[in-house]
Design a protein around this ligand. Structure first.
Ligand code: MN
Ligand code: MN
Length: 466
């Protein structure tokens, strides 16, 4: 091979280029990445709703020596605890040896809710040979994508007596699935002329749940009655119990490798389980005992981080305050010394839709976990814009641990935009930056990510709490 010219060497030293994980990683590292992807797929198939994600996180946490925590519990250095917030969000922490007032918390934050189709409170009706459930979609979906695909029903029905009945049907081979109708192309002459946003309306997302009439001539709504009788037999509930139910239709697909080379993963709800899982695994793999690590997996991000389980809830600050009080330190000082990686997915550059991206600043598939210094829309509005100082500090942490990472902006300026939980943590006076896995077809029933980027996120979070 001929020697590099002076210009080539200079260009190498002075210019910056994104690097593809597969091109810069050893065989050993790539093997680790493939193994990690298998664990992640298991998590995806077992945690399709925030409730299931919390249950799965608790199972992993207990396996790793974490114990339940209630506000006000006594704590000591080295303690590993988790706070289960109404089975819908969870905070885990491990008390480090460094003084809280000067070292603060090292926070990892992600969300475990995902766009889906929620069942209304009075949902069941029969019409023309079919029985349906009325729905109200949750989060920003393109409604037409949710028709004519297999759906599963997940959630809980709490009876008047307070008994919780868990529902999870449609995922196992042999389970029945559920379905939203679309119009046949032969009769779609008018429908196909409509904009995508109007082709399927919100009240058109009715889910087919039955078609068999109850054998009694005297009854009017026979298919509905047959359904109610099945629900009563299987779950011990009646129609009125739906008033206090939280049921969601989620895609019945399992996580699968995509492509001949198995470099990619297709799944429902990568957003944001693809950051939640690495947050957990980084916390469990981290064996250092110096920093106090605090991981939040929040609910309700897809609808604005609202409510008592969303990131805007006081509960997370309450837990931090309780930890501070336990060690007799000032919470404001601790927050000021804290640092956070707020991890959520970002849009991956898609060669099928290049016009909405500004390629130089878009996340490129397999180039590692993607840091967004700012998010927001139209003039960075609604964004946490991390400081140059903090971004530089995180860069140093990543460099030390050989993390494959890139920067990212959600799309072209003024093409649209989006927000994350970062701003709610930052407003507590905590240095926070957005980071996460680039996703293709975000919010679709089946999303796509690169295994390299999932694994790189795990490594990035690990580097941050080291
Ligand atoms: Mn998200
Ligand atoms: Mn989202």
């Amino acid at each position: 091979m001929s020697e590099k010219t002076k210009g080539q060497t200079l260009m190498e030293n002075l210019s910056y280029k994104k690097r593809n994980f597969f091109e810069i990683s050893s065989k050993e590292e790539i093997d680790k990445m493939y193994a990690y992807a298998e664990e992640y797929k298991t998590f995806l198939d077992n945690a399709k709703t925030e409730r299931e994600a919390v249950a799965y996180a608790i199972k992993l946490a207990e396996k790793n020596g974490y114990k339940p925590y209630k506000l006000g519990d006594k704590l000591a250095v080295g303690d590993k605890r988790y706070y289960n917030n109404r089975n819908k969000s969870i905070a885990l922490f491990r008390i480090g040896t460094l003084p809280l007032e000067t070292d603060g918390f090292r926070i990892l934050a992600a969300h475990i809710d995902a766009p889906r189709i929620d069942i209304k409170q009075n949902p069941i009706y029969e019409s023309d040979g079919m029985c349906f459930l009325k729905t109200h979609y949750y989060g920003g979906i393109k409604k037409y994508q949710w028709t004519a695909i297999p759906l599963a029903l997940h959630g809980v029905i709490v009876t008047k007596e307070g008994k919780t009945v868990e529902i999870k049907i449609g995922d196992e081979d042999g389970d029945p699935i559920f379905y939203i109708n679309d119009l046949l192309p032969h009769l779609s002459r008018e429908q196909v002329k409509k904009p995508l946003s109007e082709a399927i309306g919100g009240e058109d997302l009715n889910i087919v749940v039955g078609g068999l009439p109850y054998p009694d001539k005297e009854v009017k709504e026979k298919i509905k009655l047959n359904l109610l009788s099945i629900l009563n037999e299987k779950y011990g509930i009646c129609e009125e119990d739906m008033l206090s139910a939280e049921l969601s239709a989620v895609p019945a697909f399992k996580a699968r490798d995509i492509g001949f080379d198995r470099a990619l993963i297709g799944a429902y709800g990568h957003d944001d389980r693809v950051c939640s899982y690495p947050s957990l695994t980084a916390m469990f793999e981290n064996t250092g005992t110096d920093h106090t690590v605090f991981t939040v997996l929040a609910d309700k991000e897809e609808i604005g981080s609202e409510g008592n389980t969303g990131m805007q809830s006081c509960v997370y600050e309450d837990i931090m305050n309780a930890i501070c009080r336990n060690f007799d330190v000032c919470p404001a000082k601790v927050r000021a010394a804290s640092k956070c990686l707020s991890s959520d997915v970002t849009a991956c550059f898609d060669p099928n839709f290049p016009s909405v991206f500004e390629k130089k600043n878009a996340a490129i598939l397999s180039c590692g976990t993607a840091m967004c210094k700012f998010t927001g829309a139209g003039g960075k509005s609604g964004s946490n814009d991390a400081s140059a100082e903090f971004v530089a500090e995180v860069r140093r942490m990543f460099a030390q641990e050989n993390v494959c990472w890139q920067t990212s902006e959600l799309g072209k300026v003024d093409a649209g935009g989006g927000g994350t939980v970062a701003k709610f943590i930052a407003k507590m006076n905590i240095d926070t930056v957005d980071i996460g896995v680039p996703v293709i077809s975000m919010h679709a029933p089946y999303e796509l990510v690169s295994k390299a980027d999932v694994y790189s996120s795990h490594k990035a979070f690990l580097a941050f709490i080291k």
